[in-house]
Design a protein around this ligand. Structure first.
Ligand SMILES: [Fe+2]
Length: 254
């Protein structure tokens, strides 16, 4: 498999959605660059974990293509909110069926890659999903989460950033966050994007993802890049957040 050919095919497809209108193109480039960083994260995970070579290769490809549905989603609906448009994982599967992609991947392998694209943003994964597909899904979901941490915290760290669509236009308030989101994260329950109200809720949801990571390498990457500390730094400094921070650190150092 020639990864460079796939990167070219992917970036050509992404760039085909550029319009020349700066404010729209910002969002296309955001997802293009995100996908390339997720590819790097996926590579770093499989290189540091005991992933069989063939599964590793497919996981890396799926990392690159995981968000391919974002481009038609933004072109058609002008948003990255699945709730206001369509599920971007499913849109990605549809896009990949019609695209002319490099021919060095067998159809059975494309099927696994498309399945991973379709599952990368599922709220939870059926425990019956095993084998190569399970590995691919686990790698892509971890690689994706690490970069979503990066993108969101980077955006929120720059309070003047006008690109509100990055944080799904959530309300920014220095001290407010939703009790139900906090409780869900504290109890290890999944959060749904649709229940978020404040930008702090988004940060809390990210913190909740730490427990969902499949690989030790992913936890190390998050920690080493300072993303856990940055998340807590951006949240209000109250006792409840402090309790959550202590718990997160205990989990990560266990
Ligand atoms: Fe995605």
């Amino acid at each position: 498999m020639d990864l460079d050919r796939h990167i070219t095919a992917f970036t050509d497809f992404a760039d085909g959605h550029l319009t020349g209108e700066k404010s729209r193109d910002y969002y296309i480039l955001l997802k293009r660059e995100h996908s390339l960083r997720v590819l790097d994260n996926g590579r770093e995970i499989v290189e540091n974990e005991t992933v069989p070579a063939h599964e590793a290769e497919l996981a890396i490809l799926a990392s690159l293509y995981h968000d391919i549905g974002r481009f038609p989603q933004f072109a058609r609906y002008g948003t990255y909110k699945d709730a206001d448009s369509l599920n971007h994982g499913r849109m990605g599967v549809l896009a990949m069926r019609t695209l002319d992609l490099p021919d060095d991947v067998a159809e059975a392998e494309w099927r696994l890659i498309r399945a991973t694209v379709g599952l990368h943003n599922a709220k939870s994964i059926n425990p019956a999903t095993r084998g190569c597909l399970r590995t691919m899904v686990n790698v892509v979901r971890d690689a994706d989460k690490i970069d979503i941490f990066n993108v969101i915290l980077d955006h929120l760290g720059d309070r003047d950033n006008p690109r509100k669509e990055v944080i799904l236009s959530l309300e920014e308030h220095p001290t407010r966050y939703s009790g139900h989101v906090y409780e869900a994260v504290l109890s290890g329950l999944p959060c749904d994007y649709r229940t978020l109200r404040y930008s702090n809720d988004f940060i809390l949801m990210l913190i909740g993802w730490i427990r969902d990571l499949s690989y030790e390498t992913s936890k190390t990457l998050l920690y080493r890049r300072g993303l856990v500390d940055k998340a807590f730094f951006l949240l209000p400094a109250d006792d409840r957040i402090k309790a959550l921070e202590d718990r997160a650190h205990a989990y990560l150092s266990a």
